[in-house]
Design a protein. Structure first.
Length: 261
């Protein structure tokens, strides 16, 4: 199988895994993308559904005009964004890329990011629409949340989805990297959803699934007067343990079977 065909197949499998069956996203919610090299990538078309996404609903786009616009403009009019998205397509007959294509373009330029998944998971959004969203972003309730979602997540305040959101994600991720020296595994969008990045679709799927589980635990514990968070020393111990890194690699390698290829 040619490399581009393999990437397309893996991206479709990721979309289906994140679709309606898991209730991570319903109807036209959410999107996925995958790198095809430094200048091109595949992204879900606008208005399509993750759970039933078809090959022709993945649009190949050129990242260069998107990144150039992001570097120059703070915001764009709706008509300018429409033109930018349509002009970025490699094939002018292809469907229109997702309105969130610009943040995918930027994230896929980051080290070790080959796949990106964005969903509107129910429990995660219960927390992100609450006053306790920052606690959820910065603290951890279970060890596997540390392993798969990172020691903490970036929290992006609510802004208009699309170009403005891409600028805010860029700013918040760069601030996080400047403070921690690392790229976040998960990015939380207030009253919107969650983004996960990784080198393989299984890494993205695992991070999103674990974030949703952690959010359910957080919501349940909040109803009982909690949650009781892990101590920071425990979080950093888990994040640095070689046996946890080995277990993560084994689980992710196991996931590269038929469901993701």
């Amino acid at each position: 199988m040619a490399l581009n065909d393999e990437v397309r197949s893996n991206l479709l499998a990721l979309a289906h895994e994140l679709g309606d069956a898991r209730q991570m996203s319903i109807l036209g919610e959410g999107n996925v993308s995958a790198s095809l090299g430094r200048q091109h990538f595949l992204v879900k078309a606008s208005g399509t559904q993750l759970g039933s996404l078809r090959s022709e609903e993945l649009v190949e786009v050129d990242s260069r005009p998107l990144l150039e616009a992001l570097a120059v403009h703070d915001e764009l009019s709706d008509s300018d964004i429409e033109a930018l998205l349509l002009d970025s397509r490699k094939n002018e007959r292809a469907l229109k890329p997702s309105v969130e294509t610009v943040f995918h373009a930027w994230l896929l330029q980051q080290p070790n990011v080959i796949f990106v998944g964005h969903v509107h998971a129910i429990a995660v959004n219960q927390v992100l629409a609450s006053p306790r969203k920052r606690e959820f972003a910065e603290r951890r309730v279970i060890p596997d949340q540390v392993v798969y979602c990172g020691a903490e997540s970036v929290l992006v305040p609510y802004v208009d989805p699309g170009f403005v959101l891409a600028r805010r994600i860029q700013d918040e991720v760069e601030a996080f990297r400047g403070r921690t020296g690392a790229l976040p595994k998960t990015i939380l969008l207030e009253s919107h959803g969650i983004i996960a990045v990784g080198t393989h679709p299984s890494e993205v799927a695992a991070a999103l699934a674990m974030a949703e589980k952690a959010a359910r635990i957080f919501v349940g514990a909040a109803g009982l007067g909690g949650p009781i968070f892990m101590d920071d020393t425990e979080v950093h111990r888990i994040a640095g343990r070689s046996d946890e890194h080995y277990r993560q690699r084994m689980l992710l390698e196991h996931k590269t079977g038929p469901d993701l290829k």
